[in-house]
Design a protein around this ligand. Sequence first.
Ligand code: NI
Length: 171
Amino acid sequence: MSENEIIDGGLEVLRYPNPTLKKKSEPVEVFDDELAKFVENLFAAMRAHDGVGLAAPQVGVHKKIAVIEYESKSYVLINPKVIEQSGSQDGEEGCLSFPGIYAHVTRPEKVKIETYDEHGDKKIIEGEGYTARAFLHEMDHLEGKLFIDYLSNLKRNAIKKKALKHTGGHF
Ligand code: NI
C-alpha cells in the first residue's frame, strides 16, 4: 500500500469530460467485505479532495454506490431511490469531477430516499436544503447524469471549454 492509498483510498477521481462519467451504473447485488472496504475508500477519496459527496462512477466503478458527508453527518447510498420530494431550491453546485467549476442548479428542497447501507440494511433517509442537493447530485452520477446537464447549451459549452483548459485539452 502506497502512502497515497492511505490518504485517498487508492482511488483516482475522474474528471470531466472523461466519457466514463456518462455511463449508467448497475445495482449492487452482493453486500460483502469488499463492498464495505470500497465504501470506506470512497469516503477517504472524498475527504482527500474536500468533497461533500462522491459517487462510484467518478472513480470508474459503475455500481450504484455513493457517499455524502455534510455538517459532520455521513450517508452511504447504495441502490438509492427517491420516494418523496417537495419544494424547490436554487443554488450553486460543484463536483469533484469539475474542479474549480460551479453553476446554479434548481433542485427539490426536500427529499426522502430509500437506500441500503454497506451491510445490506434498508434505510429511509431524509434531506433538506444542501443535504437534499447533495443526495440528488450523487444519485444523478449513478445514472450517468452530470450537473451541467441541467444548464443551457451556452452555459454547458462555456464550462466544457473551461474544463478542457484544466485538463490541458487531452479529451
Ligand atoms: Ni459530482
